[in-house]
Design a protein around this ligand. Sequence first.
Ligand code: ATP
Ligand code: MG
Length: 280
Amino acid sequence: MDKIKLKEVKKIIIVASGKGGVGKSTVAAGIALKLAGEGYRTGLMDGDIYGPSVPTMFGTIGTHPTYTKMGDQSQIIPFNKFGVQFMSIGCMVEPDKAIIWRGPLASNGLKQILTDTAWDNLDYLIVDTPPGTGDIHLTLLQQFYINGVIVVTTPQAVSMADVQKAVAFFKDPHFGIPVMGIVENMAWFSPSRHPEEQYHIFGKNGGQHLANQFDLQLIAQIPIDEHLCETCDTGQLNKLFNNPTINHAFNQIISSIIKPPLHYKGDAAFTKQTASYLNK
Ligand SMILES: Nc1ncnc2c1ncn2[C@@H]1O[C@H](COP(=O)(O)OP(=O)(O)OP(=O)(O)O)[C@@H](O)[C@H]1O
Ligand SMILES: [Mg+2]
């Protein structure tokens, strides 16, 4: 089956994890904002059809997108805030209406939104995905040219076991998708009045262990921030980088996206073909 090449999108990066609630959406949105801040034309696609959170983080809940005609085809105009073009299934339905879609329907929905959105000349499209590795991930990997996956984990063992499965999935040589590295979120907590203190509430070095296990790079560690939840819940994502440690972590993440190593460390799935997508 031929893969779909989105004409207006140069590179697609997936943010994933085997585990729910580890911060995938926060990391995906933060990456998009940072890339946009660096002058890259950036899009964010909320691929979490069952629990979309992009509309909340961008403060667009209840806003419906508008449409435009491209030839005889109708296209969705993406939202634009903080310099990021974004789209979410959550923008298409009322927030209180649960989407009771089974796997194939959900992945077809995502495919359709991705292809029917009038992305405007993007350097990067970041795709936030649901927890685990299901139909949505398979659809993305099998039907689109994906340049890489960033895997998010929290340090505790219960998270690690699920994330290990996800890393193994993405490293499957059949997909040939480079795992760009691991981001450890909620790595520690530092009280704002005592920034020099670090409390490893969920354990220590879990992200590094995971990276070592799969011979991957630990790209960044993001601490727990007492204001982050409110920042995201109230659509003020631009305040995400007020915490200098979080700002630094996101700088590290985007530099590994902008200047990826020639070969991702130890990535067995890295093929010549994927190398050529990366250089596109
Ligand atoms: N580093 C952090 N410090 C404090 N709160 C955080 C941090 N990262 C994420 N959160 C909060 O934790 C909650 C879960 O984060 P998020 O929604 O990004 O996770 P997720 O992996 O996308 O979840 P899901 O699996 O449900 O899609 C959110 O309320 C978010 O604001
Ligand atoms: Mg999420």
